[in-house]
Design a binder for this molecule. Structure first.
Ligand code: SF4
Length: 369
């Protein structure tokens, strides 16, 4: 919901200033329409329904995975595609993966979003409307900016959305912003008072391989990125999560584990190993045995390491799979984001190093952040 438009409309209607907050409170708690806002005068509810779109996004499609994950494909009012995902975990966590841009200008070779045409930065309202869509389905308590786009390139709007996420049920401490290493954004996040977690998509400690996979590494080389992350840690005293997708024969060797460990201070970084999510790219994911061995090697060097639980793989909703493409699991739903909840209805990304002969080195994937 465009709260600026709402506020302006309410002023033009001669309504008191507190009305904007009143409407937002309802929306943040999962209301599906102005009609549900019972403490607003009936005439005002009707008038707002005619003049202010309840959501800046229209739900085009939704897909439901067997593990409870839900992926939504939205359109902005100017027709840009945006995807977001709700992940439901066995321990009760309900985490949303949000997009900050439609498409992405950074062209990481392994990423599905990077292969899309870049549209534009999303507004704060368009980011919030992704969260509100899932809030209308049920409570949400965690958020990660790991969907489409590089959040640090749209940080004003990302932070503006983050300011309001606690109203939706997601505290700043349970919010994470993932970057491929956009240093100005890392520095700004470190200086921001909100205690938001920083995640770094590292994918390859070897400089040449990292540049191959992530051209941005030429602009912001890994040692400088690591230094910016360490400054974030010094300021926030919160470990930086390093994301590392495991690709067979590319970045999953003992030597590469040791190289990764050599650039990360165990006091400041924790590594999250991401099993590769299949796409039509031709990459092959590392075996569970190889992932376990890589993890053991990191731990031998004193680093905390975990293996990410993969969610939504069967609907292309897992890390790195967001590309607004057709999927057999989609179900068409041409309706507004807001109206979906009224029915009580339904309704996340990295890569890696080594042999020149590996097919993984020659193909694009849609991975991670
Ligand atoms: S990994 Fe992130 S920054 Fe790179 S192309 Fe994909 S969305 Fe953009």
């Amino acid at each position: 919901m465009d709260l600026k438009l709402l506020e302006q409309t309410l002023i033009e209607c001669g309504e008191p200033r507190y009305r904007t907050g009143q409407v937002w409170k309802w929306a943040a708690r999962g209301a599906g329409a102005f009609a549900d806002m019972s403490d607003l005068p009936l005439g005002l509810r009707e008038s707002l329904a005619d003049t202010v779109p309840f959501s800046t996004l229209t739900v085009e499609r939704e897909a439901h995975a067997s593990d409870g994950t839900i992926k939504a494909l939205f359109r902005t009012q100017d027709g840009r595609p945006v995807e977001a995902v709700l992940m439901v975990y066995r321990d009760g966590r309900r985490s949303i993966c949000l997009s900050s841009q439609s498409g992405c200008p950074l062209t990481c070779t392994f990423c599905a979003t990077g292969q899309m045409r870049f549209g534009r930065n999303l507004t704060a309202w368009e980011i919030l409307d992704q969260a509100l869509h899932f809030r209308r389905i049920g409570a949400v308590d965690h958020a990660v900016f790991m969907g489409m786009g590089e959040p640090m390139m749209n940080l004003d709007n990302v932070l503006a959305a983050c300011e309001r996420l606690p109203d939706v049920g997601i505290t700043h401490r349970r919010t994470a912003i993932s970057t491929i290493g956009w240093i100005p954004g890392i520095e700004r996040l470190a200086a921001d008072p909100m205690p938001i977690r920083l995640a770094l998509s590292l994918h390859a400690a070897d400089p040449a391989l990292r540049s191959e996979l992530m051209p941005v590494n030429e602009r912001y080389p890994l040692p400088d990125v690591i230094a910016a992350c360490e400054a974030y840690y010094e300021r926030k005293r919160r470990k930086v999560f390093v994301e590392y997708v495991m690709l067979a024969g590319v970045n999953d060797s003992f030597a590469q584990a040791a190289q990764l460990a050599s650039v990360l201070d165990p006091r400041m970084f924790k590594v999250n190993l991401i099993p590769y999510n299949p796409t039509d790219s031709g990459f092959t994911g590392s075996s569970p045995k190889a992932i376990a061995a890589f993890k053991d090697e990191l731990e031998r060097h004193g680093l905390d390491a975990t293996v990410r639980l993969t969610r939504g793989r069967d609907i292309d909703a897992a890390c790195g799979q967001l590309a607004a493409r057709a999927s057999p699991a989609w179900s068409s739903r041409s309706r507004s984001s807001a109206s979906s909840s009224g029915e009580g209805s339904n309704s996340a990304t990295s890569a890696s190093s080594s042999s020149e002969s590996s097919p993984n080195r020659r193909r694009n994937s849609s991975v991670v952040r």
